[in-house]
Design a protein around this ligand. Sequence first.
Ligand SMILES: C[S@@+](CC[C@H](N)C(=O)[O-])C[C@H]1O[C@@H](n2cnc3c(N)ncnc32)[C@H](O)[C@@H]1O
Length: 193
Amino acid sequence: MKKIFILKASKAKTSNDFSLNDLPGDGGRMDIVARCVNSAFFLSHDLRRDTEFIVVLEGEPNPPVTLRFIGNELKYLSPDERCIGGLIKKALEKQSEKETESTPGIFVSRKSFSQVLDEVGGEIIYLHEDGEDIEKISIQSEKIVFVLGDHLGLSSEDESLLKDAKRVSISPMVLHADHCIIIVHNVFDRKNL
Ligand SMILES: C[S@@+](CC[C@H](N)C(=O)[O-])C[C@H]1O[C@@H](n2cnc3c(N)ncnc32)[C@H](O)[C@@H]1O
């Protein structure tokens, strides 16, 4: 089964002039993006090759910018936030109208959140604490797409784009986006999916 995680990062910088020493402030919460990349891909001494991670950056000065990370093509990625932040900076240097590969397995484009949702395909699940319990849902597709908000969550306008998606909860508590990704992987790992 292929898993795709889509994060909407409403304040994350869309130019490369942020400091790797200040991903939360200067980067517009780019630390959240970096941690989500880590959670989407890293196993101990290996990567989850069957996973993709897409982030739509909507911060200043040039939104939107979309980055796609493809598990089975990734190179030069290590788990620490500075390394991931550095690859994000490289991708932001290379942005153009046409989707471009910045480093192996990382692609940059000017797609919006709504374009990404239109194009992604598969079964779309909106992760939300008020949804149906993930242990009780039935999965029909070989490609599942999980959509998450950042520290601000998704706006009602964003949610209207997800009106046909299943709303699924993984905990009664409100969790950090990167922790949600780990839990989703764990649920599917335990079912051998
Ligand atoms: C830090 S939370 C967002 C908190 C934000 N203040 C809000 O109220 O929406 C980040 C994202 O993780 C996901 N999330 C958090 N807790 C969850 C839960 N219990 N079940 C499913 N998804 C969850 C949601 O997609 C959420 O937008």
